[in-house]
Design a protein around this ligand. Structure first.
Ligand code: NAP
Length: 483
């Protein structure tokens, strides 16, 4: 395929985007995971480049926070329209650099653009408060001010949506930002920055930089007193390190971290609905999602039928390059990701699991692992505790509700969970017992720009999306008013 227009990788490898200018450079090859070949090369920002971005964001901040909310909203709305106009090209770009199948990439662009639409609507509705003190001594007035210059760090698995989920609320709240996308998938971020400029985002309000030294560059930005917010989406390990770094200058942090989602199927579940939901919860982005079902807990009475049904559906998926028509399961992001999945599956099989389909990496160019179903998995296996981040569905049998809840909670994570039962009060009871930030009830997909997305335990701090997301980019300021 020959990508053209906004889908052309070369168009988005011009340089860092700082203060509305493209600053040329190279040093980070972007690999097509479907083939292993280089798509383009983007710049490797130094600490000095990052400081220039902080300076630009700081210089633009005073005007941006003063810009009427309605005007900020209209710019975000235009950005939404431009993303929608270029949806097919952006989806192709995502499929090229990330590898996800085109239907998933199209879904991501639409989901990503919706954050701009939602926050265009929220920009004009930031709440305030006015109330008397209980003693009657004075009035309490609370204003939500923009928190200030914000550093946004995003992962490779949703190159568009993880960026818009942060940029949308930040801009709506009146903050200026520096976005550092993942090194594997920077082209989509640069493509969106170009559209943002076209939509009328003023110079310095959104800056984008890529670097080979994310630790050094981020630490330098966090040490700068002009930076007041860090919003990070990525692994729990990196998130823990960033929290420690941010503590040095007491920078406000929002953290969207790893997951280990349980998918619980009760005996009375509608089998076909549960299988449909399982395919969505497991195979969106070929399993490379923080909300991906990582552990399938299936009650004894429905267990064998569920294993059979899931095996048939997983085995029928068409594997191939993300951007090929008809493909349902693309490659993993890197060869390292394939090795990690392979090690988890090998460990599970050594401990007694059986692969009913798949079970070993594919011998072909690119980074492919086939859809895999494992039964008889030992709950002590590594696969029960680590994020798989791939198309592997380990299934565990349980007998009672209490056992399902106990097994679901046997993890340091608490991002997403799924429960299937025809009895809604039973489903709510089980869901209520699971320590998690989000639950899909008889539903395999929960992400929505209007909903608060986020986790408990070591899956994160704060929420993105919904009415909650914008408050992460504000500070309440209390005026004690003598009247
Ligand atoms: P990652 O390795 O933690 O990287 C995420 C981002 O952090 C990348 O931009 C990376 O830059 C950057 N980074 C790495 N080390 C850093 C450091 N020392 N200081 C500052 N930034 C640093 O995660 P990933 O492998 O890209 O993404 C997968 C993880 O993200 C999974 O655990 C998944 O569950 C999680 N995730 C969570 C959510 C959620 O909403 N909770 C959503 C999506 C993904 P480089 O690329 O340049 O290394």
């Amino acid at each position: 395929m020959i990508p053209t227009g906004y889908a052309d990788p070369a168009l988005h490898a011009h340089g860092l985007f700082i203060n509305g200018q493209w600053i040329g450079g190279s040093g980070i090859p972007v690999i097509n995971p479907s083939t292993g070949s280089v798509l383009a090369e983007v710049p490797d920002a130094s600490v000095a480049d990052a400081m220039a971005a902080v300076e630009a964001a700081h210089a633009a901040a005073a005007n941006w926070r003063k810009t009427p909310a309605r005007q900020r909203a209209e710019i975000l709305r235009r950005w939404f329209v431009l993303m929608t106009d270029h949806a097919e090209e952006l989806a192709t770009l995502i499929a090229l650099e990330n590898g996800k199948a085109l239907p998933d990439a199209r879904g991501e662009v639409s989901y990503a653009a919706e954050f701009f639409r939602w926050y265009a609507e929220e920009a004009v509705r930031i709440p305030g408060e006015f109330r008397p003190t209980p003693s009657g001594s004075h009035k309490i007035l609370v204003d939500h001010e923009p928190i200030g210059v914000s550093v946004l760090i995003t992962p490779w698995n949703f190159p568009a949506a993880m960026a818009t989920r942060k940029i949308g609320p930040a801009l709506a709240a009146g903050c200026t930002v520096i976005l550092k996308p993942a090194s594997e998938t920077p082209l989509t971020a640069y493509a969106m920055a170009r559209l943002g400029a076209e939509a009328g985002v003023p110079a310095g309000v959104v800056n984008v930089l890529t670097t080979r030294q994310p630790g050094q560059v981020t630490n330098a930005m966090l040490a700068d007193p002009r930076v007041r917010k860090l919003s990070f989406t990525g692994s729990t390990g990196v998130g823990r390190g960033l929290l420690a770094e941010a503590a040095k200058t007491v920078v406000s942090c929002s953290m969207e971290l790893g997951g280990n989602a349980p998918f619980v199927v009760m005996d009375d579940a509608d089998l076909n609905a549960a299988l449909d939901g399982a395919m969505v919860a497991k195979m969106r982005n070929a399993g490379e999602a923080c909300t991906a079902a990582n552990r399938f807990y299936v009650q004894a009475g429905i267990h064998d039928a569920f294993v059979k049904g899931l095996t048939e559906r997983m085995a029928a998926l068409k594997i191939g390059s993300g951007y090929e028509a008809g493909v349902q399961c693309g490659p993993m992001i890197t060869a390292k990701a394939v090795s990690k999945i392979d090690a988890l599956v090998t460990d599970a099989i050594k401990r007694g699991a059986r692969a009913t389909t798949g079970g070993a990496p594919l011998e072909r160019e690119g980074f492919f692992y086939p859809p895999t179903v494992l039964e008889h998995v030992d709950p002590a296996a590594d696969i029960a505790h680590d994020e798989i981040f791939g198309p592997v569905a380990p299934i565990y049998r349980f007998e009672t509700e209490e056992e399902a809840i106990r097994m679901a909670n046997d993890t340091e994570y608490g991002l997403a969970a799924y429960v299937y039962s025809r009895d809604l009060s039973r489903a709510m009871r089980v869901a209520g017992g699971i320590e998690t930030g989000m639950v899909g009830i008889n539903r395999g997909l929960m992400s929505d720009p209007a909903a608060p997305f986020g986790g408990v335990k070591q899956s994160g701090l704060g929420r993105e999306g919904g009415v909650h997301g914008i408050l992460e980019f504000t500070e309440p300021k209390y005026y004690a008013v003598e009247l």
